[in-house]
Design a protein around this ligand. Structure first.
Ligand SMILES: [Zn+2]
Length: 238
């Protein structure tokens, strides 16, 4: 299956927090979109790998994704090394996406930056034809997407581009709240965490408002880019 847009996320719920509005917007435009989560989030203070998987399934339906998979890397201890890079190279070549979105390169949680670096290194290496990989017994062709962006998640980072997600903000919050063990403080008796405090989701909404305000819309999602962004058409820009 070919995907137009592929999202890499180290924890189930990272894609929802960082870029679910952009995901739904592009699905509504007829693009094929998938998420590949690296770990099951088994080290999370609240919930378990099983509850996270069920929550992830619920969110996948809200987003309307064409594809979602979990690579089962070790939460907290995965490495940016050859064996992990080769797994990602296989996935990039299998789905041949035009655009890849990844975790922030610098963030509060060390997994996020390491996953962002791992994804970026694998994306570069995936374009080198002398790195040979197979999928289901077939040799894979080299592939590199034409655009790679990092979504913004735990803390404010100055974006290089902002996507208008005004029509999708309600469903973005629904997809985040699908991870009830992580964000719902209601009758949960597990310990409070950085992301389970009510103020955390308030800050997610506040940031979307702030990014929206900057580009003259109600809500937005910001992304950073390692390279200068270009366009074929100035009229597509807001
Ligand atoms: Zn995370």
């Amino acid at each position: 299956m070919k995907l137009d847009l592929l999202v890499f996320a180290v924890h189930p719920d990272d894609a929802e927090l960082g870029c679910s509005g952009t995901i739904m917007k592009h699905i509504a435009l007829g693009k094929k979109v998938g998420i590949i989560d690296f770990t099951k989030g088994e080290l999370g203070t609240r919930g378990t790998a099983q509850t996270r998987a069920a929550e992830s399934e619920k969110s996948t339906k809200i987003l309307g994704l064409d594809y979602r998979a979990n690579l089962g890397f070790r939460d907290g201890f995965f490495k940016n090394d050859e064996s992990h890079q080769l797994v990602l190279i296989q996935q990039i070549r299998k789905f041949q996406p035009e655009i890849i979105l990844t975790n922030a390169l610098h963030d509060r949680h060390p997994d996020h930056g390491r996953a962002g670096d791992l994804a970026n290194d694998a994306i570069f290496l995936s374009g080198l034809r002398k790195i040979e990989t197979q999928w289901e017994g077939e040799n894979q062709d080299a592939w590199r997407p034409r655009l790679v962006l990092q979504y913004i998640q735990d803390r404010y980072i100055e974006p290089d581009i902002i996507v208008d997600i005004s029509d999708f903000m309600d469903r973005k919050m629904q997809s985040i709240r699908a991870f009830a063990t992580q964000f719902d403080s209601g009758d949960n008796t597990e310990p409070e965490t950085y992301i389970s405090q009510p103020g955390f989701l308030d800050s997610t909404v506040g940031r979307a408002r702030e990014f929206g305000k900057i580009i003259g819309t109600q809500y937005g999602e910001g992304f950073t880019s390692r390279k200068l962004l270009g366009t074929h058409n100035l009229f597509e820009l807001l």
